[in-house]
Ligand binder design. Structure first.
Ligand code: IMP
Length: 169
């Protein structure tokens, strides 16, 4: 496995994102919606750096199965429990690739009328693919390549790696 983003780079960038997010919300309470499974480590690291009152909930969508290429079909596998109506809501994503997952998710969440709806992703391939994702905060822009670790999997493996890695062919 080739290391693309080290553990200390992930830590440092999460510190920076958290201070921007803290500045945005101040003392206002926020619902953190962690998109399972890939964002579980990032969401846990980010949540512990937030200084506003935080409620954590989870949502799960699947679009890939065991493939490394998006099927184009976004399926809601688990909905959140907490009511987000009238509340600041921050969607925590692992990685944006085609942007399809996030687009579907945001369209669905908007119908639930949160007070505000913002998004943070640790990684994005959007620019490399030639578009801007609807993200308020991005950890790292990466090339259009398949990465694993820090929550991200390939066929459910490698999620526990403490860094972002590139699988060797
Ligand atoms: P999108 O809908 O094409 O933006 O895909 C987003 C989802 O696909 C992410 O939430 C990940 O679960 C998965 N994904 C996209 N690229 C990668 C990757 O390089 N490694 C692991 N999972 C990925």
């Amino acid at each position: 496995m080739k290391v693309l983003i080290t553990q200390s780079a992930l830590d440092g960038r999460t510190d920076e994102l958290a201070s921007e997010i803290n500045a945005t919300y101040g003392e206002e309470p926020v619902v953190l919606l962690c998109v399972l499974k890939g964002a579980y480590i990032f969401a846990a690291d980010l949540a512990r750096r937030l200084t506003c009152p935080v409620v954590v909930d989870f949502i799960q969508v699947s679009s890939y199965g065991d493939s490394t290429v998006s099927s184009g079909v976004v399926q809601l596998k688990r909905d959140h429990d907490v009511n987000i109506e009238g509340r600041h809501t921050l969607v925590v994503e692992d990685i944006v690739d085609s942007g399809l997952t996030l687009e579907h998710l945001l369209a669905m969440l908007r119908t639930r009328r949160p007070r505000s709806l913002r998004t943070v992703a640790m990684l994005s391939k959007a620019r490399a693919r030639g578009f801007e994702a609807p993200l308020d905060w991005v950890g790292f822009e990466i090339e259009n390549q398949f990465v694993v670790g820090y929550g991200l999997d390939h066929a459910e493996n490698y999620r526990n790696l403490p860094y972002i890695g590139l699988m060797e062919e």
